[in-house]
Design a protein around this ligand. Structure first.
Ligand code: PLP
Ligand code: ZN
Length: 460
């Protein structure tokens, strides 16, 4: 099968052509456009979606230009990113703001940055062996300041909140978005409000949200109910919405792809594999690849693989039917970050999968736990949802779709400490053969010696 990489779209189809007139303020750099009806909005318009048709908004930038106004070549763009890596002061060294020209050109003094990004690309023999893919690389987004990739979207979303003078920011969240919002809102000095499903948020994420000082509303309903409520509240109460449908968050999350491509010397991998819930990241990855391809930063299009939890897989079901219909499900999975039954970024994600000759598969909770035990046991660690990507690689190698020697980047989306409750429970289960049960002992060296003997016995 061929990928669309050999036929990149003309720059004008993706980026603002020079000399377009009648556009709003700041439009020489970026505009917001409705993906459904093509309505154009000022980049400083706070509308959460298209005021005309309710469609999702997307950001379109002018292609990167030099001081004289000439469009930069791919080589010059790459050089700019390289120079930013060791920028002083540190602003542009952020793994998001290094790519400012493709994220939010002209953000300048408004930037609210931790900094974030600059996450490692790891290779671990135990995880490669587990999946059967020798070329497996792990992009660990759990190394972000609040422990998930959501920081990349939130640094840009919060910067936008500052640019438009928002009086408050809000999101619905399965937990990581709320932790990121709470942290960045605190830094910006803007009140933050988060809507999370009562009883369905992992302990670490709830703890962070409280610690950073966001107003935390435990909604008696699931994530999908939280999302509906926050959308209504933002419309009626004038709060700036920082959910993943926020087009600026998508811009920030694109940098996961830009950064991993830069780490690979702009040699695109064969596959990029990620967990998928609300599909914001799938959409962001697709947009990043489309733009990188159009700008000539890469010459080959990787295939995107979105992995859903089997109990929350409306997108995977639609994929099997060539996206003929859109589905919603009652979501249930141990991987709370992807426990979403009615994904918001559906259409954008369909486009991402189509344009990259992508694949959508599922991993059941047992496969997710199994992959997580391997990732954790290798000393890397991740939260349950993240392990879906490694489970997905293993499945696709077994299916003969990923080859042993293919270059594959699997994204780990969140940190191991995000869900300590699940871990403590898992490692005390009687029916889990890999459980690492804590051992209660008398305070004596003999007791320690007995444990050591037993460890050596079980290792030989
Ligand atoms: C948000 C999140 C996801 C899912 O990303 P979507 O953009 O909602 O598809 C996966 N893993 C973790 C850890 C997350 O926080
Ligand atoms: Zn519209």
């Amino acid at each position: 099968m061929t990928t669309p990489a050999s036929h990149p779209l003309p720059l004008d189809a993706l980026f603002l052509p020079a000399g377009v007139t009648g556009l709003p303020m700041h439009a020489e750099q970026s505009v917001q456009r409705c993906a459904a009806c093509a309505q154009l909005l000022s980049p400083l318009d706070a509308a959460p979606d298209c005021p005309r048709c309710g469609g999702l908004l997307e950001i379109i930038h002018a292609p990167p230009r030099d001081a004289g106004g000439a469009t930069l070549s791919a080589t010059a763009i790459k050089q700019q990113f390289e120079q930013h890596c060791c920028a002083r002061p540190l602003g542009h060294a952020s793994g998001v703001w290094r790519f400012e020209s493709l994220v939010m050109p002209g953000a300048g003094p408004s930037i609210v940055s931790h900094p974030e990004g600059n996450t490692p690309l790891l290779s671990r023999a135990a995880i490669s062996r587990y999946t059967g893919c020798e070329g497996l690389l792990i992009k660990h987004e759990g190394h972000n300041p609040t422990g998930s990739f959501k920081d990349r979207g939130m640094t840009v979303g919060t910067t936008q909140a500052v640019r438009i003078g928002a009086r408050a920011v809000a999101c619905a969240s399965t937990g990581n978005t709320s932790a990121a919002l709470a942290s960045y809102a605190a830094q910006a000095g803007i009140p933050g409000l988060v809507f999370v499903p009562a009883g369905k948020i992992a302990l670490g994420k709830l703890a962070q949200t409280l610690a950073y000082g966001a107003r935390t509303l435990l909604v008696k309903g699931d994530f999908d109910a939280c999302l509906k409520l926050v959308q209504q509240a933002s419309r009626e109460l004038g709060i700036y919405l920082l959910n993943s449908i926020n087009p600026w968050r998508v811009e920030g999350q694109k940098t996961i792809v830009f950064e991993l491509l830069q780490q690979l010397g702009w040699n695109a991998p064969d596959f990029i594999v990620l967990p998928a819930g609300n599909l914001g990241n799938t959409a962001a990855f697709g947009k990043a690849l489309r733009e990188a391809n159009a700008l000539g930063l890469i010459t080959k299009m990787p295939r995107l693989v979105s992995v859903q939890a089997a109990g929350a897989a409306p997108f995977a079901r639609a994929f099997r039917e060539d996206f003929a219909a859109r589905y919603t499900v009652q979501a249930e999975t141990i991987a709370t970050a992807i426990r979403i039954g009615d994904p918001a970024s559906w259409d954008r994600a369909v486009r991402a999968i189509r344009e990259t000759n992508g694949i959508v598969i599922t991993a059941d909770d047992q496969a997710i736990i199994d992959a997580k035990l391997t990732i954790d046991g290798a000393g890397v660690g991740c939260e349950p949802a993240s392990a879906a990507s490694v489970a997905g690689v293993r499945q696709l190698v077994r299916d003969g779709i990923i080859g042993t020697h293919d270059t594959v980047v699997a994204v780990l989306t969140g940190h191991v400490l995000k869900d300590p409750g699940m871990l403590v429970e898992l490692h005390q289960r009687d029916d889990e053969v890999r459980a690492n049960r804590p051992i209660e002992i008398e305070p004596s060296v003999r007791a320690v010696d007995a444990v050591l003997r037993e460890m050596h016995g079980s290792m030989s």
